[in-house]
Design a protein around this ligand. Sequence first.
Ligand code: SF4
Length: 416
Amino acid sequence: MTQVASEQQTTSAPKPKKKRLPPHSVGPLNLLVLQPTPFCNLDCAYCYLPGRTKKDRMPIETAEKSIVRAMESGLVAKKFSIVWHAGEPLVMEKDWYREADKLVQKHCKGVEVTHNFQTNAVLVTDSWCDLFKSMNTRMGVSIDGPQHIHDAYRKTRAGKGTHKSVMKGVECLHKNDIPFHVIAVVTKDFLQDYEAALDFFEDVGMTSVGFNVEEFEGNHEDTSLDHNAGTRHLFREFTRECYKRHSAGRLNIREVREYEKFIQHADKPRLMKTQQTVPFRIITVGHDGDFSSFSPELHAMEMNGEPFVFGNVHDNAYLDAFANPMFARYMNEIIEGYSACKKSCAFFDVCAGGSPGNKQFELGTMAGTETLFCDYRVKETVTILRDEMGLDPIVDDHPALMPQASAAAAEFSKTR
Ligand code: SF4
């Protein structure tokens, strides 16, 4: 944001240079991720949250301070979203959210604020639906497909599957006319039965579905996806089927929709958004008021012996982070990773340098480039979608820097 960028520039000694370094801006704030509690009522096999058994709660004063700090920061443009996230957001009381919404009305005059809930849907009831309707809410539900796929990963603490309870929550959302999108995690089990998963989603009645590849992050130090040729083949077939069903109007699939827009508008929106590499487009605040920026999954993770936290809303303005040497160090590392991606990756225009969180978890540094995550989420997805659309493949110009992707591209061209 221009105003914030110039404020930052006036505090540094040398006069700002005209040529801006990537990432070239600060904000505007797109997502204020507030973690009302780390606790989750489920215990999914691929969950990355280390504190999901802790029942700490965010005092409403901390929620208020987080919102006030955002409004005072100069980072807010005309609108932003609050993402209620961490553990399961519906384990908090409805009255707590009613209070939080009142604070939003009080402090965010003239700004459009949307409340985003990503829920496992197990606790959804009619009275929750009344609350959702009373707030400007966007709902997302996590479902991995039919029961045999979903229940293999999304379990209770007692190890029982949750599909039946989730579908009860989904029915309740439908009964109350609450639209929702679905996020599904693509694991190897999912890929082995992707037709059944896509058939299932055609009957769920959601507005759209997004497929997140199972990631190697946080507490989840493994993934069932791998570089194995069989897994890669299944992923490609799955992506082709996604394109077919999306194009036939049978499903609205986020990845296809976003890439089609990218093709139509040449540069934006991208398949991956730049918000994780630009400071303060995302701000994450934990239940205790500690805050961070960039990838939300990095929040409070131990990195180099210290938590990934840049201040606390009770003591610091968000932009005080610029005086924090740890923030400067991580920001430089992120810029390094962004620049390395820009120099070395033929998919950069689509991806914009990926996610610092995935780079940290997979490579041990945010200054790195290719990850298993971007290999599937960006390179394979885009390669197959381009093929289905009759477009030329993106050719890697830097084989020495991207041996793995080059090998994948070579293997792919043999199959065409
Ligand atoms: S290496 Fe990966 S993260 Fe970097 S630009 Fe390419 S696809 Fe994106």
